[in-house]
Design a protein around this ligand. Structure first.
Ligand SMILES: NC(=O)c1ccc[n+]([C@@H]2O[C@H](COP(=O)([O-])OP(=O)(O)OC[C@H]3O[C@@H](n4cnc5c(N)ncnc54)[C@H](O)[C@@H]3O)[C@@H](O)[C@H]2O)c1
Ligand SMILES: [Zn+2]
Ligand SMILES: [Zn+2]
Length: 395
């Protein structure tokens, strides 16, 4: 089959690889009909390269049709249409029973000290072949495949694999309620979807990014927006919140924050760093890998909550505990527990008026053969690329 494979830093190539097979009795193999390109793939494309092997198959936002199943798969039939959560979870361990599927004790990648195995996600998370391919093997399929039944386009359902539960968990973890203000740092697919979900619940949203068309998309849904490169974003958010800050903040950027968010934020962020690191940052004028998180903590009001959806890996500079302690800030974070939120989301996904705008969420629908181009434009934020979905089976 054809698959999008990692070949090196910023080098994804669609190549012929062996077809996946059923290996364990509770496996299925699906023919992939739609599969997304995610900000998390960009970490593998660039900074997490050392954890990748040449030829690894990318992708973790997958749906398709069951074409093969093992003898222990009793919840699915050949031909069923399924969405595949990005993490592999068993459904019956201590963690899964508590709704912490990303910590599944059956699939935890103990060799690297990480949580549940993820599709297409480097040796840190088990080196499991991913879904940007014509076919995908799905382990623990009785639990790890969400069967969908309504005659709706793939693009209603495919975001249940990652974008929707991640955005939903981000909003839930920010502990905001109707009438509250939620600031969202980063308006890629995750921040954008979090804005849609929050606005739908009557939560006021202030979205922050530096890419004009991403700001415009979220503004068009009814959010206030702040371009972090125009003026001081902390002042802008304070001006919109009676000088107090937002009740909750989502960091939907992660460890690869781009662009300088302006001198005063840099100063504030640098003020939170320990002396030598701060000096280095001031001297070079560079933004540290935690800059989005520092910005998020500067935007939250005293007693508020910061919810981290953006991925952080590796050993990062420490946060200032004095600042967080004095401001009585709550921090929550983690990979999204997909199955935990699916039941909350399916009614919204299937509603006839498509309140979240899922059918027009993708900016690019491309054949898998265009994967190299898609990674390039998505990383550079070129050609208006916000969300790319591939159609490996045509259509
Ligand atoms: N927790 C989870 O389960 C989970 C799931 C999916 C994605 N993620 C993570 O969420 C993050 C966002 O993913 P995405 O798909 O939306 O990708 P993305 O990379 O397109 O989104 C990041 C956005 O942040 C903006 N940005 C960068 N630096 C900024 C700054 N200093 N201030 C404000 N905005 C800034 C970028 O312009 C971009 O729009 C990534 O880190 C991804 O790995 C986490
Ligand atoms: Zn993803
Ligand atoms: Zn489990």
């Amino acid at each position: 089959m054809k698959a999008a494979t990692w070949q090196g830093k910023r080098d994804v190539q669609v190549l012929e690889v062996p077809d996946p097979q059923v290996q364990d009795a509770d496996d299925i193999v699906i023919r992939v009909t739609t599969t997304g390109l995610c900000g998390s793939d960009l970490h593998l494309y660039e900074v997490l390269g050392p954890f990748m092997h040449q030829g690894d198959v990318m992708g973790h936002e997958t749906m398709g049709e069951v074409v093969e199943k093992g003898s222990a798969v009793d919840s699915l039939e050949i031909g069923d249409r399924v969405v595949i959560p990005f993490q592999i979870a068993c459904g019956h361990c201590f963690m899964c029973e508590r709704g912490l599927q990303t910590q599944c004790e059956t699939t935890q990648v103990r060799s690297s000290g990480m949580g549940a195995a993820l599709f297409g996600f480097s040796s840190l998370y088990g080196s499991v072949p991913g879904g940007q391919a014509e076919y995908l093997r799905v382990p623990h399929a009785n639990y790890g495949a969400i069967r969908v039944t309504e005659d709706l386009p793939d693009e209603r359902y495919v975001y249940l694999s990652d974008v929707l539960p991640t955005a939903w968990q981000g909003v839930r973890y920010a502990d905001v309620h109707e009438g509250d203000t939620l600031a969202i740092v980063g308006l890629g697919p995750i921040g954008d979807m979090a804005a849609r979900l929050a606005l739908h619940q009557g939560i006021r949203v202030i979205g922050l990014d530096l890419v004009p068309e991403r700001l415009a998309r979220v503004q068009a849904r009814g959010a206030d927006v702040v371009n972090v490169q125009e003026g001081d974003p902390v002042e802008a958010v304070q001006a919109l919140t009676s000088g107090r800050g937002a009740d909750g903040v989502i960091d939907a950027v992660g460890m690869e924050a781009h662009g300088s968010p302006g001198p005063s934020v840099l100063q504030k962020a640098v003020g939170l760093l320990p002396g030598p690191v701060a000096r280095m940052a001031m001297r070079t004028g560079s933004v540290d890998p935690l800059s989005a998180l520092h910005l998020a903590t500067s935007l939250v009001r005293r007693g508020g909550t910061v919810s981290i959806s953006g991925v952080y890996a590796g050993t990062m500079d420490p946060m200032s505990l004095q600042y967080l302690f004095d401001h009585q800030v709550t921090l929550r974070m983690g990979q999204a527990n997909v199955r935990r939120w699916v039941e909350d989301l399916v009614p919204l996904v299937e509603r006839s008026d498509d309140p979240l705008g899922l059918e027009s969420f993708a900016t690019h629908r491309l054949p898998l053969a265009d994967a190299a181009h898609a990674y390039d434009i998505f990383q550079r934020k070129a050609d208006g690329a916000v969300k790319v979905v591939f159609k490996p089976a045509g259509g």
